[in-house]
Each structure stands twice: as C-alpha cells, then as structure tokens.
Design a protein around this ligand. Structure first.
Ligand SMILES: Nc1nc2c(ncn2[C@@H]2O[C@H](COP(=O)(O)OP(=O)(O)O)[C@@H](O)[C@H]2O)c(=O)[nH]1
Ligand SMILES: [Mg+2]
Ligand SMILES: [Zn+2]
Length: 316
C-alpha cells in the first residue's frame, strides 16, 4: 500500500472494470467527488481468486489509486467479512460473488403480480443460513390484498422477521427504512416484486429504474446479474439486485441442507438416524410431523426440491 492509496467501496461492475465510491471526497469527480472508474491491476487479478468469475465484487472494500480524471486502479482488496455467491461458469464450479460484506439479506416477495412464491423465499433462506447472514422477509404489494399470504405465519414461527409493505401506498416504508439503516443489506427477489420501488420509497433521490413487470421478466435481458451498492443517508448501505437468480445454492453440501431449514432441523433430533435425510428413512420425526400437521407441507416441498437440485459430493 502506498501513501496515496484511497479507501473505497465497489459499487458496481461492468466489462470495463468497477465503479468505486471513495470514503473521502476528491475535488472534480462525479457523485460529489466520490466516484472513480477503476481497472483492476494485474497482480491482484487472479491471486487467491482463481475459481471466481471476477476478482472484485460489489460491496468489496478496496484501496485504489487515483490515476487520471475520473479513473483509478484497484490496488488491493480487503478480506471479505461475508459474501453471497452463486454458481458461475464451468458447471457451477466457478464462484460468482454477487455481494460482499453484507449483514443481511432482504427477501422481497409480492402479495400478487407476480404471484407469491414461498419456494423462492425458502431457497434464499437456505442460502442465508448457510452464509450465516440475517434474513428479513418482505411481502410487498399489500395494496393488492386484504391479509398476508398464509405461509407468512410459518416464517414468523421460525423466528424470521416479516414486514408487510406497499411501495405505492407507502405502507411499511418507515419500518423498512429502520431495518435498513446502520447495516449493509442486499435485496433479493424475483423481477417485478418491487425491490427498486421500495428502495426509492425508503430514500428519496436514489432514482432506481422501476420496470413494468412484463418488461423486466422478459427472457434474454442481461440486467439480471447487475448489482448496485447504494449508501443510505442514515448510515449503512443497500445492494439492489435485479433478480433472484443471483442467489444460487453455491457450495451447499447435500448433507447440510436439513440443518438450513430451521423447522426441519428442530425436528431432526427425534429421528432414528442422526444423518436422516427425512425422505425415506424409518422412524423419521420430520415425516411424522408432516402427517400430524406440525410441519408446513410447503416447507417440506421446498426442502425436497432443493435437495434434488444439489449435487452429490464428488467421491474421493
Ligand atoms: N400495486 C403495486 N405495484 C407495485 C408496488 N411496488 C412496485 N410496484 C410496481 O411493480 C413493478 C415492478 O417494480 P420494480 O420496483 O421495478 O420491481 P423490481 O424488479 O423488484 O425492482 C412496477 O410497475 C411498479 O410500479 C406496490 O407496492 N404495489
Ligand atoms: Mg429493480
Ligand atoms: Zn428424519
């Protein structure tokens, strides 16, 4: 590190490099003196990050050199305190870090339009548990419904906080702002559920593009991998993502999955076999709870779907 290395946060990535937000402003730069476009210097390019798509991720803390005008170069990357990854190229073996240094994942769903899909929430919650992050579940577009979807009770029973919001009616926005302030959150959820609308409501002036549902869910759009880091006025930051494909099940071993479902994990000690997969074993407490109506069937469905999608560990 040289004397004029500037501490900064990576706020977005594109083919040319990354945009960073400097901790301390410099005169003559965009965004009130805070923004530099950076290339990543060759020597850090692949060091320790051979299996990663890009050496830097949105949310990374970096040291940069100001080279000319609004340009700079990333000198070094701080170790990540947490990260959220999805499988990238080579059959999912290349790690694609979607967001670095986050505390919490805000899972946004909609009451309707697009329809409420608990399967998506369950998948992201499993990733959150695996990554040891906090979860906040948001059900947006509550202006389209009278009462929350029935599945919400199951998440609350497991101890996950749930917020009901409407970006158009301004419902739940104060509470959401309070939840976001002072920590770094990443927002996950299907296209069209209202992620960008909610963030625009939380903080005036963010000016995030809001799509109409059909336009943003159209196939072939490449906006789904974009993530943007945004500083919040009251402290903290939020990373807006364009979709949910970002939250793949990277690196989760099959045998770990039962422990990533809180309701299933709680029942598992009652099973005959300590390594019970809860799919076919005799004297399975999870199966019994299902029959007794003590485990929500939608949760078990999600568990089975995810279990099938996870690869067996390679022998040896
Ligand atoms: N009825 C209703 N529509 C909303 C709400 N929030 C967002 N929308 C609409 O849903 C569409 C998608 O919103 P957007 O914020 O782009 O969703 P994103 O893809 O998750 O970022 C837009 O047409 C918004 O106007 C809401 O609370 N209620
Ligand atoms: Mg959006
Ligand atoms: Zn079992």
């Amino acid at each position: 590190m040289s004397a004029d290395s500037l501490p900064a946060t990576v706020t977005r990535l594109d083919a040319r490099g990354c945009l960073v937000r400097l901790d301390d402003a410099i005169e003559g730069l965009p965004a009130d003196g805070h923004e530099l476009w950076c290339g990543v210097r060759g020597r850090i390019h692949m060091r320790d990050r051979r299996h990663q798509k890009s050496p830097v991720a949105v949310g990374d803390r970096v040291l940069v050199q100001h080279t000319q005008e609004d340009r700079g170069a990333v000198d070094s990357i701080e170790p990540r305190r947490s990260s959220l990854s999805r499988p990238g190229a080579r059959g999912g073996r290349v790690e694609h870090v979607m967001a670095a240094n986050v505390d919490r994942v805000v899972i946004v769903s909609a009451f309707d339009d697009p329809p409420f899909r608990p399967g998506m929430i369950d998948r992201v919650v499993a990733v959150i548990e695996f990554s040891r992050l906090e979860a906040l579940i948001v059900v947006n577009k509550m202006d389209l419904g009278e009462s929350p979807p029935p599945e919400v009770a199951a998440y609350e029973a497991m101890g996950y906080p749930v917020l009901l919001t409407s970006a158009v009616a301004g419902e739940g926005i104060v509470a959401l702002r309070a939840e976001l302030t002072g920590r770094t959150s990443v927002v996950a959820g299907h296209s069209g559920v209202g992620k960008s609308s909610l963030l625009n409501a939380v903080q005036e002036g963010l000016g995030l593009a809001v799509g109409d549902v059909n336009a943003v869910t159209g196939r072939g759009t490449h906006t789904t991998t974009a993530a943007v880091w945004l500083a919040l006025e009251g402290g903290g930051a939020v990373i807006d993502t364009a979709g949910v494909r970002e939250f793949g099940l990277f690196g989760i071993p099959k045998r770990d999955l039962p422990w990533l479902f809180r309701d299933i994990a709680k029942l598992a000690p009652g099973c005959r076999y300590p390594d019970c997969s809860h799919t076919h074993e005799p004297e399975c407490a999870v199966q019994e709870a299902l029959v007794e109506g003590e485990l929500a069937p939608f949760r078990f469905d999600s568990y089975l779907k995810i279990l099938e999608s996870l690869e067996e560990p390679e022998p040896g």
